[in-house]
Design a protein around this ligand. Structure first.
Ligand code: GLO
Ligand code: MG
Length: 371
């Protein structure tokens, strides 16, 4: 067996993933709430070296400053005891009725102010937990009724909001980047920043585009019917991949947040292949939910399952690279890329097509474990 290169790979989970209680739009919770501090310790005990959170996962909205500081101190104690680190913070303001028409895009100026204040408070929490990234998924920043707001005005409001948050981080001298997590829809009918392309185009309009990156989620790409690896590639190519959320999702459906490996075997393989080949240094973060049929104990099996799925796929990537026939086919493809020696027209014979047919089949065999 070749030596495994897992030493530098950091696995991370959103606290909200293990705290999820199995509720869905048609059904109530099926398991008890996990305490956020227990979530931190439990993740550390089951193979995660990092966690992400919404500030509100740890500090319930409306908590006093004393309570906030106590919870942060306790979280930090768990972090020191276990070695787990916080790799990103965000806000779950999208759950609250006051933000029903959006946070930064709301038509109500007072609500937009509240949203920025809420983000700033969450940025402070992230800083106190040493999070290097503040990730914004604007779950309510979208619309069902397009007559209610011009999408251009929505983008301008988002621009002003991001500029203000960036200025806040700079003023506070926090060593923290901002990121945008795009999603095509849900909970809003349509969200304004839907894909990697939307996020990258939008970031270019900010005052300091160099302070802002992208967190891409596998399921969000699949929901839009896009190729997740191509989405990730766009962010990598732009030097802006600040985070990845791994999970599984049947294309073109509501947000399923299935366990990584639970669907999309081949697409998952190509995302892992890309991250490993590019030696992307960031944490492999899972943003999925244990199935609604899972009980409290099963949550840790879910955690281990996500990590194991990544490791198996990374091993398959290694196998792909070490397979002699794959290498021969790839070498053949590379030869076509050499500068032409003459102005001879490209050959149109069947040989070149055959290489892809075989290559694809070899990927299938590798994934099935029959090779
Ligand atoms: C929902 C998103 C959500 C974000 C999180 C980031 O679809 O994936 O879970 O990742 O709010 O803070
Ligand atoms: Mg996510």
């Amino acid at each position: 067996m070749p030596k495994r290169e897992t030493a530098t790979r950091v696995y991370s989970f959103g606290l909200w993933t293990v705290m999820n209680r199995g509720a869905d739009p048609f059904g109530a919770a099926t398991r008890a709430a996990l305490d956020p501090l227990e979530a931190i310790s439990g993740l550390a005990a089951h193979g995660a070296a990092a966690f992400e959170l919404h500030a509100e996962d740890l500090i319930p909205p409306g908590s006093s400053t004393v309570e906030r500081d106590r919870l942060i101190a306790e979280a930090r104690r768990r972090m020191t005891d276990t070695g787990i680190v916080c790799d990103a913070c965000g806000s779950s303001m999208f759950t609250e009725p006051v933000f029903k028409d959006g946070g930064m895009v709301s038509n109500e100026a007072r609500v937009r102010r509240m949203a920025l204040a809420r983000y700033e408070a969450a940025i402070d929490v992230g800083h106190l937990l040493d999070a290097p990234l503040f990730n914004i998924w604007g779950g309510r920043d979208g619309a069902e009724v397009d007559a209610s707001r011009s999408p251009v005005d929505a983008l301008k409001r988002l621009r002003d909001g991001f500029n203000e948050l960036d200025a806040y981080i700079t003023r506070q001298r926090y060593p923290m980047r901002l990121s945008i997590e795009p999603k095509p829809n849900e909970p809003r009918g349509d969200l304004y920043i839907s894909t990697a392309g939307h996020a990258l185009g939008f970031i270019a309009t900010l005052e300091h585009p160099e302070h802002v990156g992208v967190v891409l989620e596998f399921a969000h790409a699949a929901m839009a019917g896009l190729n997740p690896a191509h989405e990730v590639a766009h962010a990598l190519y732009a030097g802006k991949l600040d985070g990845i959320h791994l999970n599984a999702q049947r294309p073109l459906r509501f947000d399923q947040d299935l366990r990584f490996g639970g669907a999309n075997l081949k697409d998952s393989f190509f995302v892992v292949k890309l991250l490993e080949e590019e030696r992307w240094p960031g944490p492999r973060t899972f943003d999925a939910h244990p199935y609604r049929t899972t009980d409290e104990e099963g949550i840790w099996g879910f955690v281990e399952g996500c990590i194991r799925a990544y490791e198996i796929l990374a091993e398959k990537v290694r196998q792909f690279h070490e397979d002699a026939e794959v290498q021969q086919l790839l070498a053949e493809i590379k030869r076509w890329a050499a500068p032409p020696q003459s102005d001879e027209r490209p050959a149109t014979g069947p040989g070149r097509i055959f290489a892809y047919e075989r290559l694809d089949h070899l990927v299938f065999e590798i994934l099935m474990g029959t090779r």
